[in-house]
Ligand binder design. Structure first.
Ligand code: FES
Ligand SMILES: [Fe+2]
Length: 314
């Protein structure tokens, strides 16, 4: 029996690469959402994601396939050439390429240094957009540092953490349960927590604002000692595992990058929390009817929000 009542692949935007992993003229393979994919950047600089299995006789385009003239994928098996639109452009030993042959293409956006695909189990068009983040690419912000985990779970279950007030005390050793507000706004979920941070100069106010845009893209804005942005993405590899990455940037105060290492210390703490959460996540089940008591967080708000990313009810 599955530990989850909901499908492994929700409807939404999923990161499949970081922008700096794509070099024009180079074909990259990936396996996400239970499918073999190829990713490339064309001669105009646009990123494309297509299925990797060649419709001719099933070769994997990412294993020995090449980019021709900057814009077409040549299959390693019989050298058919495929355009970024999924059409067959050339069969080297035949007069006319087959008009009906189609390689599946994925809707792609490239934003904030990430390449993302839109997945919808009924093939519906994208129903929401991702934000442009104000800090990305700005000179006073450090470039992304990326933390990565492969977790045997599903992100929408893991991410319930944000509203699970009590676990912060019993899993993460917090002294008090955080005070936070959670608000759903269409595909967006905003969770704001305010706290007092201890510093050598006394307590200062701190905040963590977490915003989810759909089922697999989240920003975290940390304020207080030093301003930090994280872009968290979680892409299912298959029914079992999820590729989770946190890409963080720290506001470089006075031209120095993370002068006192405070940003790095915050991230180390988040990394520690992640390692505390993973064994729970990898073994827990998602209970449709949990036994909640007063004092537990706003699970209902979270669960109503997440249901919109599935075409079927469960
Ligand atoms: S399998 Fe790709 S060209 Fe034949
Ligand atoms: Fe946690």
């Amino acid at each position: 029996m599955s530990r989850f009542p909901f499908p492994a692949y929700a409807n939404g935007w999923f990161r499949v690469a970081y922008s700096d992993e794509l070099t024009p003229g180079v074909l990259k393979s990936a396996h996400y959402l239970g499918r073999d994919l190829v990713i490339f950047r064309d001669s105009a600089g646009t990123a494309h994601v297509l299925d990797a299995i060649c419709p001719h006789l099933g070769a994997h385009l990412g294993v020995g396939g090449t980019i021709v003239d900057g814009d077409r994928i040549r299959c390693p098996f019989h050298a058919w050439e495929w355009g970024a639109d999924g059409a067959c452009k050339r069969v080297p030993y035949s007069e006319r390429p087959p008009a009906n042959a189609r390689l599946r293409t994925w809707p792609v956006v490239e934003k904030n240094g990430l390449v993302l695909v839109w997945h919808h189990d009924q093939d519906a068009a994208p129903s929401f957009e991702l934000p442009d983040l104000p800090h990305y690419g700005q000179p006073d912000w450090t470039p992304y540092r990326i933390l990565r985990w492969t977790v045997k779970s599903r992100w929408l279950d893991m991410n319930e953490n944000a509203v699970d007030r009590a676990h912060f005390v019993y899993v993460h050793g917090a002294h008090t349960m955080p005070e936070s507000t959670v608000e759903a706004d269409g595909p967006i979920l905003r969770c704001q927590s305010r706290m007092k941070l201890g510093t050598p100069k006394g307590e200062i106010p701190g905040g963590i604002d977490t915003t989810d845009y759909g089922p697999a893209f989240q920003t975290v804005h940390l304020t207080g000692i030093i301003e930090t942005w994280m872009v968290n993405t979680a892409t299912p590899v298959d029914e079992e595992a999820t590729d989770v990455t946190f890409a963080y940037s720290v506001h470089a105060v006075d031209g120095a990058s993370d002068k006192h290492g405070v940003g790095a210390a915050i991230i180390r703490d988040l990394e520690k929390q992640m390692l505390q959460d993973i064994p729970i996540w990898e073994n827990k089940a998602y209970l449709t009817r949990p036994f909640l008591v007063e004092g537990d967080g706003p699970f209902g708000v979270y669960r109503r929000w997440m249901k919109q990313f599935f075409s079927t009810t469960w």
